[in-house]
Design a protein around this ligand. Structure first.
Ligand SMILES: *Cc1c(COP(=O)(O)O)cnc(C)c1O
Length: 374
């Protein structure tokens, strides 16, 4: 048997010499953080790549989301409608702002928030919707915007999975009041750790600039109760290097996704999300859904079998955030019926996928899946 464990993802890195050469100037300037030259350069390049007027770089995706919500200035205790089928950061960012998350069910077709169930959750305390483009599946941005306009709500997209995608030709960063990206090591595009907020309104740029740097505006002036969420220069340079290869990286991921799809096409009991022609995907993840009736064993049994064989697939996203201890115990997160979300979280399994994943390994993974199928 193969000695090496296969993890669900593997960080993309530029050629070693290229990064080393790129960081050399830092030893001349000794300017290694605090919105330096490379912070500015990366913001500029991302504006071009993401086709969006404003980009604010952050230390990570979580702080990007937390500070974007803070920047909106909602009254404490306000309600924010969101999805329970996401990484826990999404809900934490709401709650750490003193706001109340209200969980909305998701759609079976793509795992994103069910726009038809949002309105029923709106109360006089609702101020915003925080939907997630989960696995890079783009939410129904038109319907969500209609609801937001009707009830005067802000829309902040957690776009951590959707870097570089387009919807009907438009860059995904252009929807809602803001979109938040994660540049964590495990994401399609990384700056080691990092994140960004994209939006149209320059006033928000100034606000986020204050919030990510203690609210400091001058040697003797602090105008906001800000945090520290600046991206440092080593991270920004990693981003500049990785951005050169992003097209290639996504193309390699797409080829692997296609291959998985072919291999899995005739395995009954295993379902994949159907691609939407309006979306140009970044092939960030490969989630499959196990229908234990057709498949003959449960998702958990398949998960364990893959582990025994050193394939570390992940249960993204299980458990639902609404079922997490930290939200159950304090009663946070008024939850409507979350039937589809419950069902999907019981069935979902995310298979290893990254730009340099060997095709042989994909053969092996799918063989293991077929062996387990009764
Ligand atoms: C990764 C991720 C985050 C958090 O980003 P970090 O850069 O790890 O802080 C937030 N939301 C979702 C959906 C994510 O996948």
């Amino acid at each position: 048997m193969r000695d090496k464990e296969i993890l669900v993802t593997r960080s993309s890195m530029p050629p070693y010499e290229e990064y080393i050469e790129a960081i050399r100037p830092l030893w001349d300037s000794h300017w290694i953080t605090n919105m330096g030259r490379y912070h500015k350069e990366l913001e500029k390049e991302l504006k071009e790549y993401l086709k969006v007027p404003e980009v604010s770089l952050m230390v990570n995706g979580h702080m990007a989301l937390e500070l974007t919500i803070q920047a909106m200035g909602f009254p404490a205790g306000s309600e924010v409608i969101t999805t329970p089928f996401t990484f826990i950061s999404t809900t934490h960012a709401i709650v750490r702002n003193g706001l109340e998350p209200v969980f909305c069910d998701i759609k079976e077709s793509d795992g994103t928030i069910d726009e038809e169930k949002i309105e029923a959750l709106i109360t006089e305390k609702t101020v915003a919707v925080v939907p997630v483009h989960v696995y890079g599946n783009i939410c129904n941005v038109e319907a969500i915007q209609r609801i937001a306009d009707k009830y005067n709500l802000k829309v902040i997209y957690d776009a951590a999975h959707a870097f570089g995608e387009t919807y009907k030709g438009a860059g995904v960063s252009n929807f809602g009041d803001a979109s938040v990206f994660s540049f964590h090591a495990t994401k399609v595009f990384n700056t080691i750790e990092g994140g960004a907020v994209t939006f149209q309104n320059h006033v928000l740029y100034e606000k986020l600039f204050d919030l990510k740097n203690f609210g400091i505006r001058g040697e003797e002036l602090a105008c906001e109760v800000g945090a520290n969420a600046k991206m440092n220069e080593f991270a920004a340079i990693m981003g500049l290097c990785n951005l050169k290869y992003i097209g290639e990286e996504i193309e390699k991921r797409r080829r692997r996704t296609e291959y998985y799809r072919e291999l899995l096409a005739d395995v009954s009991g295993v379902k994949l999300f159907q691609p939407d022609e309006d979306i140009e995907y970044n092939a960030a993840y490969l989630p499959i859904m196990i229908d234990s009736g057709d498949f003959g064993c449960t998702r958990d049994e398949l998960f364990a079998y893959l582990r025994e064989n050193k394939i570390k697939a992940r249960k993204y996203f299980y458990p639902l955030i609404s079922n997490q201890v930290c939200y159950r115990k304090n009663g946070k997160g008024r939850a409507a019926a979350l039937e589809t979300a419950e069902k999907m979280s019981e069935r979902i399994l995310t298979l290893p996928l990254y730009a340099d994943l060997d095709f042989d390994i994909m053969d092996e993974i799918v063989d293991l899946i077929k062996q387990k199928r009764k």
